[in-house]
Ligand binder design. Structure first.
Ligand code: SF4
Ligand SMILES: [Zn+2]
Length: 412
C-alpha cells in the first residue's frame, strides 16, 4: 500500500470532531490526538455534578437492563431500584471520583489536594442525589424512559470510517496491535452513548441524558452533531435503522420553596418553579389545610406531567435520512483533514489562527492559554497550570473497544 496524504488507524472521538470544527486552536490544545492539555486541579463543580447524575442514571439503566434480561429469562431478580439503591450508586461514584480527582491532583501538583476541595465534592454528592431522586420521581423508578425500553445500556464504541484506509499512524506500516499487524487500516470514530431504546412503534432511538442550566432549544437540537454522530455509529454497530435521539435533559435545579404571605397566615400562590411535593410539604409545615390550595396544586400537578417542566426537558429528535447520508459523506473528509500526513500530529494545525467571535468564547475552558498564545505572552508559564497529556499517545490508553461483537440485544 502506498502512502496516502493522510494516516490510517487514528481514533477520532465524536466530541473531538466538534472541537475541531469549532476552533482549531482549541482542538490542537485539548485533543488526545494533539497536545492533550488538561487543567490541573479538581473538576469544575458543574461538570462534576453533571457526570455524577449521569453515572446514577446509567446505573439505573444497567440495573433495568439486567432486570429485563433476567425477567424474560423466567427468573426475575428481587432487587429493587429505589431511594436506597440510588443513593448507594451515587456514593459509589462519588467515592471513586474523589480518589481519581485527588490522585490526579497529586500527580500534577506534587502535593495533597486542599481540604476545601473535598468539601466541594461533598456538596455535589448531596446535589447529585437530590437531582437523581427528582428525576426518578418524575419519570418513574422502574423505567424512566417509558414507553420506550432500553435495548442496550451505555456503551463505548469504535466504528470504522469509510474511505479512510491508510498506512497505520502508529507503526508507520510495520504492523502493530493498533492495525492488527496489517500495517494499515481505516480511521475510527469513537464515542459513548447512554443507551439504545426501542419504542412501541419498533423505532430505535439513541438515549442521551444531559444536565443543563439553560433550557436547550429544540430547533438547535435538531441539528445537533453529537446526536447524529451517535445515531450514525449505532446504525453501523448494530446494522439497524435509527429514528433519532431521545434528549433527556435534567435541569441542575431544585424546586423553590413557596413563601408565606399576610404575615405567615397563608402560602403564596405565585407561579414559581416548585413541585406538588414541595408545596404540600410547606402546607403541612405551616399547618395550612390543602382545601384552600386545590387550584395551585392542580396547576402544578398538570405541569409536572408534561415533557417540559422547570426541572426536566424531554425531546424526541427525529433525523431525516438525508441527515444520515450527509454525515456519512462528510465524515471521511473530516478524518482525512485531521490526520494529514504532511502535518504531523505533534505540530500545530496551519489553521490554528482562531476566529474570535464578538460574543466571546465564554464556554471555552482554555481561554487563558488562548490569550497567551494570541498576544505572544509567556505561554510556558500559563502551561504550568496545565498537565501535558501524553499527546497523541493518550489515544492508546483511551481504549474504546469496538463493541459490535459484544452487543447482544435483550428481548423485552
Ligand atoms: S478562547 Fe475561543 S478562539 Fe481561543 S481556543 Fe477557545 S474557542 Fe478557540
Ligand atoms: Zn500499526
Amino acid at each position: 500500500m502506498t502512502q496516502r496524504d493522510y494516516w490510517g488507524c487514528v481514533r477520532i472521538s465524536v466530541t473531538e470532531r466538534q472541537d475541531y470544527k469549532r476552533c482549531h486552536r482549541l482542538w490542537n490544545s485539548v485533543s488526545n490526538n494533539r497536545n492533550g492539555y488538561v487543567k490541573i486541579g479538581p473538576p469544575a463543580t458543574a461538570l462534576h455534578l453533571g457526570s455524577g447524575v449521569h453515572a446514577v442514571l446509567d446505573a439505573q439503566a444497567k440495573w433495568r437492563f439486567e432486570y429485563e434480561k433476567l425477567w424474560h429469562g423466567g427468573s426475575p431478580i428481587g432487587l429493587e431500584w429505589n431511594e436506597a439503591t440510588m443513593s448507594a450508586a451515587a456514593d459509589a461514584w462519588c467515592d471513586a471520583e474523589a480518589i481519581t480527582v485527588s490522585a490526579a491532583y497529586e500527580a500534577a501538583v506534587g502535593a495533597r489536594m486542599p481540604d476545601d476541595t473535598y468539601g466541594i465534592l461533598d456538596t455535589s454528592r448531596v446535589m447529585i442525589k437530590a437531582l437523581a431522586a427528582q428525576y426518578f420521581n418524575r419519570w418513574g423508578w422502574m423505567n424512566p424512559i417509558a414507553p420506550m425500553e432500553y435495548l442496550h445500556k451505555e456503551a463505548t464504541f469504535r466504528v470504522p470510517i469509510p474511505d479512510t484506509e491508510g498506512i497505520c499512524y502508529w507503526c508507520k506500516g510495520k504492523g502493530c496491535d493498533r492495525c492488527n499487524g496489517a500495517g494499515h487500516g481505516p480511521g475510527y470514530l469513537t464515542g459513548t452513548f447512554d443507551g439504545i431504546a426501542l419504542e412501541e412503534t419498533k423505532e430505535l432511538w439513541v438515549v442521551d441524558h444531559k444536565t443543563y442550566s439553560q433550557k436547550p432549544d429544540l430547533s438547535l437540537l435538531q441539528t445537533d452533531d453529537q446526536f447524529l454522530a451517535y445515531c450514525w455509529a449505532a446504525e453501523r454497530l448494530f446494522e439497524v435503522r435509527m429514528a433519532g435521539g431521545l434528549y433527556d435533559g435534567i435541569n441542575k435545579k431544585l424546586p423553590t420553596v413557596p413563601r408565606t404571605i399576610y404575615n405567615g397566615a397563608a402560602l403564596s400562590k405565585e407561579w414559581i418553579d416548585t413541585t406538588v411535593a414541595v408545596y404540600k410539604a410547606e402546607l403541612e409545615k405551616h399547618g395550612f389545610a390543602e382545601s384552600g390550595y386545590h387550584d395551585i396544586l392542580e396547576r402544578l400537578r398538570l405541569r409536572e406531567l408534561g415533557d417540559q417542566t422547570p426541572f426536566h426537558t424531554r425531546y424526541k429528535i427525529r433525523f431525516p435520512r438525508g441527515a444520515f447520508m450527509r454525515f456519512g459523506e462528510y465524515l471521511p473528509y473530516e478524518y482525512r483533514d485531521m490526520t494529514r500526513s504532511d502535518r504531523p500530529l505533534e505540530i500545530a494545525h496551519p489553521l490554528n489562527e482562531p476566529n474570535f467571535r464578538w460574543e466571546g468564547c465564554w464556554d471555552c475552558h482554555i481561554k487563558d492559554l488562548c490569550r497567551a498564545i494570541q498576544f505572544d505572552e509567556d505561554v510556558d508559564w500559563i502551561l504550568r497550570s496545565y498537565a501535558r497529556g501524553s499527546g497523541h499517545r493518550t489515544v492508546i490508553n483511551q481504549e474504546l473497544e469496538p463493541t459490535t461483537a459484544q452487543l447482544e440485544f435483550a428481548t423485552p
